[in-house]
Design a protein around this ligand. Structure first.
Ligand SMILES: C[S@@+](CC[C@H](N)C(=O)[O-])C[C@H]1O[C@@H](n2cnc3c(N)ncnc32)[C@H](O)[C@@H]1O
Length: 202
């Protein structure tokens, strides 16, 4: 069986009990370098996942008899490896174990419900900001090309009255949550890995 396990936003306490149990009973762990390093005292084989997706799928297909867990940050079904593996491996061999997404985590920290939220990503694409900013409540995962500053410039360019929340390094000791209008967010020099929530001002 191939498990795809969501690790939660980062700090190991947020992983589900089921995810933890499956990880430590696996023969092989596959995941990004940072995620693999977060799993301590694992004595099986570890394989680093980066841009080698096709190679990993071939490995999984050839090793179905092994107990393999692919680990992913947050929830694997939210802008994660879940989509690619679900599209490329027979579902009878796959067991996806949800984790707490960074997008869920940030809402709990700002006491805002997630009802009717529009979830999106700026990863590796030019987002359609007219469409995104037409929503009352948005949450975005970002990358180092389009992050909080670029999003705020798009908001300013349309003269929109939005409140922006930037959640950096969520669940880690250096977590920082910054809330403000576009100009306030733009006055912060630099943001680390972050999710961005955009809310209509009440
Ligand atoms: C490829 S996406 C993976 C999202 C993940 N599947 C989830 O459910 O959280 C990676 C992006 O998620 C966001 N992210 C993931 N973990 C984060 C954390 N602990 N703090 C802030 N942002 C995080 C960042 O925008 C990062 O660039």
């Amino acid at each position: 069986m191939i498990n795809i396990i969501g690790l939660g936003p980062g700090q190991f306490d947020y992983i589900t009990k089921l995810g933890e149990k499956l990880i430590y009973t696996s023969d092989v762990l596959i995941g990004g370098k940072r995620n693999l390093e977060s799993i301590e005292n694992f004595h099986g084989e570890k394989i680093v996942l980066s841009t080698n997706l096709e190679e990993i799928v071939n490995y999984l297909k050839e090793n179905m008899r092994k107990n393999i867990s692919v680990i992913a940050s947050g929830d694997p079904s939210i802008y994660g490896i879940g989509k690619y593996l679900s599209n490329n491996i027979d579902h009878e061999h796959l067991n996806i174990v949800s984790g707490i997404s960074s997008l869920q985590y940030i809402f709990s920290k700002i006491y805002v419900d997630m009802n009717d939220v529009y979830l999106t990503s700026s990863h590796g694409k030019i987002p359609d900001f007219d469409y995104i900013l037409s929503h009352k409540k948005v949450c975005m995962v970002t990358d180092n090309k389009i992050g909080p500053h670029e999003i705020c410039k798009e908001i300013q360019g349309r003269n929109l009255d939005k409140v922006i929340v930037v959640g950096e390094n969520l669940s880690y000791a250096n977590e920082r949550i910054t809330i403000g209008k576009a100009e306030e967010i733009l006055s912060v020099e630099k943001f680390d890995m972050s999710v961005v929530v955009i809310l209509d001002e009440k």
